[in-house]
Design a protein around this ligand. Structure first.
Ligand SMILES: [Zn+2]
Length: 326
């Protein structure tokens, strides 16, 4: 059985004394500052005091936070075993607890060094073709600093030459098998701020048999993807689900930012959107529509103007929509 605590942490939720903040904080007083979701570690389930549907086992938690299907949630979990199974939980928590003992910016420094070891995407490479097939071309790749793991063993060894395995595991780059993560997800999409400093990244599969397609760097997501679009100047910004949709819009000259999943928008991010009119273009599926409703409420309560893109047929996302029409 999976450890709910370990799963929640791997999803970037902040677990404090067996509780974490509800993924629908707007339904709670003070944005759920005093966390309402309790974890029953022995029973292997979680439950929100307020929200009826925020409860269940590990699979349900992954589905809720990432907005993915049950099948994908099961695969996501099995992909990350054994670090999140209960038997290894003590080991895992001990390791996790130690990140606080690390110097400031330990994780940030590790992300920076990892990304600087990676190569830019080459035209005519497999990833280059994959992006071009989605209508996303080199000037956009270069602008947002897309990277790839083109030689997995080389990068692994280079990291191991610089850091101890334990540090790489605490930092989140290596799994509990002692291997660099992201082996089957070689497209690395950094989350950079307006000064081009990377604080987070997402690893994306280009092989359609790999599921789920994306794997986030561990820990909390600091800000929406392509944050530099949120410059505080008056204008319209498109809010998409996923970095590929964001890149699709950037390629076509729109101002766009992304969130990694329909439910990953954090209430405090509303502040980043000042002076912007926000057009929501989350996927037209159940998770996407619920996410739009929730984000609309959050933005509106901050006095921001929002509207829904409203053009996506059932089941489509921005990338499939544009590519079917260009
Ligand atoms: Zn709740």
């Amino acid at each position: 059985m999976y450890s709910i605590t370990a799963v929640a942490q791997r999803l970037g939720l902040n677990v404090v004394r067996g509780h974490f903040r509800c993924i629908f904080p707007e339904r709670h007083a003070h944005g759920d500052r005093t966390p309402s979701v309790s974890i029953n570690e022995d029973g292997g389930f979680f439950k929100c005091f307020v929200c009826d549907e925020v409860k269940g086992k590990a699979v349900a938690l992954v589905q809720l936070v990432m907005g993915i299907s049950k099948d994908d949630a099961i695969k996501w979990l099995s992909d990350d075993s054994p670090s999140i199974i209960r038997d290894s939980q003590k080991f895992f928590l001990k390791k996790r607890a130690k990140i606080e003992d690390k110097p400031d910016f330990f994780k940030e420094k590790m992300i920076f060094e990892f990304l600087s070891m990676l190569s830019p995407i080459q035209p005519y490479s497999a990833i280059g073709w994959w992006l071009a097939n989605r209508g996303i071309y080199k000037p956009t790749w270069d602008k947002v600093l897309l990277r790839c793991i083109d030689d997995y063993d080389f990068i692994s060894n280079k990291l191991l030459g610089k850091y101890s395995l334990e540090d790489l595991q605490i930092g989140g780059l290596f799994n509990s098998y002692g291997k660099l993560r992201y082996g089957r997800r070689p497209l690395i999409i950094p989350y950079i701020d307006e000064k081009k400093r990377p604080f987070f990244f997402q690893a994306r599969a280009i092989d359609k048999n790999v599921s789920p397609k994306e794997l986030n760097f561990q820990g909390s997501i600091p800000f929406p993807y392509n944050k530099s679009a949120l410059d505080g100047k008056p204008g319209t910004v498109y809010l998409c689900e996923g970095s590929i949709d964001t890149l699709t819009l950037l390629q076509r000259g729109f101002c766009a930012v992304g969130i990694p999943g329909a439910n990953t928008f954090k209430p405090e991010w509303v502040n980043f959107f000042s002076n912007k009119k926000v057009v929501l273009c989350l996927d037209n599926d159940k998770a996407g529509r619920a996410g739009e409703e929730r984000i609309t409420e959050l933005l509106k309560s901050a006095g921001l103007e929002t509207k829904s893109f409203g053009l996506l047929p059932e089941g489509e996302d921005i990338n499939s929509w544009f590519n079917a029409r260009s």
